[in-house]
Design a protein around this ligand. Structure first.
Ligand SMILES: Cc1ncc(COP(=O)(O)O)c(C=O)c1O
Length: 404
């Protein structure tokens, strides 16, 4: 929709949102009317350089032509049916995803949090059926983030964080250990633990990549104890970190991996992929969803995955990400620059507030996100160039200088 076609002003839109919507988001004060590749445009055609990409979603660029064409074509032919009949997009996407990442089976969901619900449910059912009724506990990482539905929220190791406060008791069966501390994870596991669940890079937790020792150690420990390794690649998956999946950096394979965000190229989709033996835990009727595997989302995702792979956007993420991270280290007030590929975090010293940096950048038409006190996070489309990084760098530098 274009504002001009509605006869309204941008203030009318803001007023309607404020009057009718339940607002839980801290809004950027501009109206996103259109988008193309690494830019979002407001109703006046003003361009914003988009370094958050719908939070790591528009990896092949906003409104990627092939993704849009696939979605439009599918919308005109078969927009929705339930999961009783076979559909072409589901089958093509299933084969492409499983063959590309070396997993056996896929189950479709609609979002990241739902994918994690499915992952948790599958692990628990596998454990109970294989080992007995008490073997359903899962150890996750402190400062992790897995979503906002009850299972995923309970798996999120941030007691006291805003996303858990006020909702009463979390779901039973989760305990938490410090990220990148292999011994602490081993100590947290008991005879009732069926799985360990982690992000390969903690995004919301401050952009901390897992160490090689931690990932490989967890894989070995899970194998030794008959436990499952569950990897949440909702944010890291599909080329963001410089490999198709972040677990590929570590030379290991999860038993179940969750994904969403970039998979759909802007259409909502989530999924889990599992090893065949673990996937058997889900049988007819044990899990399901009306919209999971939606034909339009699957058709868009199939086009998106092909784009990401054919254009080697993982390679671009690695190359441009390394360039960007090196450059960001020269910012004023910088304490640390961390990341993997184009999942990039910058931590400033105590004098610089990340939310203030975000607003200063917005004012200069660069879109980024802030995490907590002093960390900004960037997850741009993977099509960006070193020149885009130079532009973003100049804006961040000017923003920090304005604050410092
Ligand atoms: C690692 C991780 N897991 C799960 C989620 C939840 O995904 P969604 O917002 O699609 O439910 C997110 C969202 O940011 C995430 O970063």
């Amino acid at each position: 929709m274009k504002l001009a076609d509605t006869g309204l002003t941008s203030q009318d839109i803001k007023d309607k949102v404020s009057k009718y919507m339940i607002e839980t988001y801290e809004r950027f004060d501009f109206l996103a009317e259109t988008a193309k590749d690494q830019y979002i445009y407001d109703e006046n055609g003003e361009a914003y350089l988009d370094f958050y990409a719908g939070i790591a979603v528009n990896s092949a660029g906003s409104c990627n032509e092939k993704v849009v064409a696939a979605a439009v074509e599918q919308t005109k032919t078969l927009m929705h049916t339930f999961n009783y009949p076979y559909t072409i997009p589901q089958a093509l996407l299933a084969e492409k995803v499983c063959e590309t990442i070396g997993m056996d089976k896929i189950f479709y969901q609609n979002s990241g949090t739902e994918a994690n619900e499915a992952m948790i449910k599958m692990a628990r059912k596998y454990g109970i059926e294989k080992y007995g009724p008490n073997r359903y506990h899962i150890v996750t990482a402190k400062m992790g983030f897995h979503g906002r539905t009850f299972g995923a929220m309970s798996a999120t190791g941030q007691p006291g964080n805003g996303c858990q406060i006020g909702f009463g008791p979390m779901a039973y069966g989760f305990s938490y250990a410090p990220y990148n501390d292999l011994q602490a994870f081993k100590d947290a596991c008991t005879e009732n633990t069926i799985a360990v669940m982690i992000e390969p890079v903690q995004g919301e937790g401050g952009v901390h990549p897992a160490t090689m020792e931690f990932m490989k150690g967890l894989r070995e420990f899970c194998d030794e104890k008959g436990m499952l390794l569950l990897i949440d690649e909702v944010q890291t998956g599909w080329c963001r970190t410089g490999k198709v999946m972040s677990f590929m950096h570590y030379g290991i394979k999860p038993d179940i991996v969750s994904m969403a965000k970039a998979l759909g190229g802007g259409m909502p989709i989530g999924a889990i992929c599992a090893k065949a033996e673990v996937a058997k835990a889900f049988t007819a009727g044990s899990h399901g969803t009306t919209f999971g595997g939606h034909p339009v989302s699957c058709a868009a995702a199939f086009a998106q995955v092909n784009e990401l792979l054919d254009r080697d956007l993982a390679g671009n993420a690695e190359k441009v990400g390394n360039y960007f991270m090196e450059k960001l280290k020269t910012l004023p007030h910088v304490k640390d620059v961390r990341g993997q590929g184009l999942l990039v975090g910058v931590e400033f010293d105590d004098s610089i507030n990340a939310v203030d940096v975000k607003h200063e950048c917005l004012h200069r038409h660069l879109l980024i996100t802030a995490i907590g006190g002093h960390i900004i996070r960037m997850v741009p489309p993977l099509i960006i160039t070193e020149e885009d990084c130079d532009k973003a760098y100049d804006i961040i530098k000017a923003s920090v200088e304005a604050l410092g």
